[in-house]
Design a binder for this molecule. Structure first.
Ligand code: EPU
Length: 357
């Protein structure tokens, strides 16, 4: 048996004794179970939980808000959730504040906190489901901003060597919906804190077209926009397009927007002149997955209890009673259709737990 820290004598941190339902811990609301579930509110408890799981040869799955996960199967090991939610100011200069935030803090509560202090930065990332730890894994993004723009460093517990350490953002290799936590480091670290740099004043950035359109619709003069206005507009636009939070279960965007070569884009544009496309460096072009799926006629369609959201085809939904496999079948059918029609392979943004992936 590993040495257990005395904190484990506090039974609130002990494993649940029976199979634990994760239905309320994944935003798809897929019925599924894990063998055990535990929360940690400090690094010492986390270390003890990991040691105990290793001793029992149980795999470990850290989860946040469960808003980017698709449980295809039950999870045979221990699911760990961070209950570290404090926000500490750990530095500042004339223009910025450094905030060290617990990985279990609900992301949108963090955004609301920043704006309530009169600070700014992540306002266009308002209303994104999930928690702070996941923001650093997924590099959540919307309306021209992404979490990586604000991340200074990430504190992790390394499950391989049993040590806590701080990783500077530059070493995490952030990209579009990508971090090394999803790549070569998958399964190695559990995030305990993320340090963000936010602005003391409102620093206007070019507004995404969807926000500009919403501003015009609401009769707001762009010159008067501040961080609170951007937050309000962002929430309004998201709620008009996405099922979150009242509608059917979903994981937000299910697929990532694919990147294709400029040459392939030109060939496709000859056939589909209306295809939206955005030039990237290195002769690459990004195409909205929503458009590709829409063109294939999937918008608003269902396959059994799994459906494609009628206002945004990038979002797959659980119309009630769907299993992870139902969602998978729908996703596979969409991928096959898009590939056949456009020669483009869509990749899920959602992380599959179990299944063949
Ligand atoms: N489109 C259609 N049909 C539709 C909807 C969209 O053809 O029914 C086309 C349009 O051409 C539109 C384009 O798809 O211009 C892009 O749509 P949108 O601007 O709504 O954004 P997105 O690329 O589909 C991304 C993020 C969203 C984020 C929005 C807003 C990804 C995978 N998704 O979606 O993130 O909110 O931009 O910036 O990059 C999330 O990750 O959960 C999420 C919602």
């Amino acid at each position: 048996m590993p040495h257990l820290s005395p904190i484990l004598t506090d039974t609130r941190h002990l494993y649940f004794p029976v199979m634990f339902s994760l239905k309320d811990r994944n935003t798809f609301r897929i019925p599924c179970f894990c063998r055990r579930f535990a929360e940690f509110s400090d690094a010492a408890t986390l270390a003890a939980l990991v040691a105990q799981a290793h001793a029992e040869h149980l795999p470990i799955l850290p989860i946040g808000g469960g808003s980017n996960l698709l449980f295809v199967d039950d999870y045979p090991g221990i699911v760990l959730h961070s209950a570290i939610t404090a926000i500490e100011c750990v530095g500042e200069d004339a223009e910025h504040v450094l905030l060290r935030v617990g990985s279990g803090k609900v992301w949108d509560e963090f955004v609301a906190y920043v704006l309530a202090q009169g600070w700014s930065g992540p306002e266009s990332l308002s209303d994104i489901p999930g928690e702070v730890g996941a923001s650093a894994v997924q590099n959540i993004g919307a309306y021209g901003a992404e979490a990586a723009q604000f991340i200074v460093s990430v504190e992790v517990y390394d499950m391989q060597c049993g040590e806590s350490r701080t990783i500077p953002a530059a070493d995490i290799h952030y990209g579009y919906r990508y971090s090394h936590f999803k790549g070569p480091w998958a399964g190695q670290f559990i995030i305990t804190h993320v340090t963000y740099r936010v602005n003391k004043r409102y620093v206007p950035r070019p507004l995404h077209g969807a926000l500009v359109a919403e501003m015009a619709r609401q009769g707001i003069d762009p010159a008067t926009a501040d961080a609170a206005t951007v937050r309000r507009l962002t929430c309004a636009v998201r709620r008009s397009k996405l099922p979150w939070p009242e509608g059917p279960g979903s994981a937000g965007s299910f697929f990532m927007n694919p990147t294709i070569s400029a040459r392939q884009a030109q060939t496709l544009l000859a056939q589909y002149p209306d295809m939206p496309h955005y030039a990237l460096p290195n002769d690459m072009v990004k195409v909205p997955a929503a458009w590709l799926i829409d063109q294939c006629g999937w918008k608003g369609r269902s396959m059994g209890p799994a459906g494609v959201w009628h206002k945004q085809p990038l979002v797959l939904v659980n119309n009630g009673g769907a299993t992870g496999r139902d969602i998978c079948r729908l996703a596979d059918a969409i991928v096959a259709d898009v590939r056949q029609r456009f020669g483009i392979t869509l990749h899920p943004e959602a992380i599959y737990i179990g299944g063949e992936q």
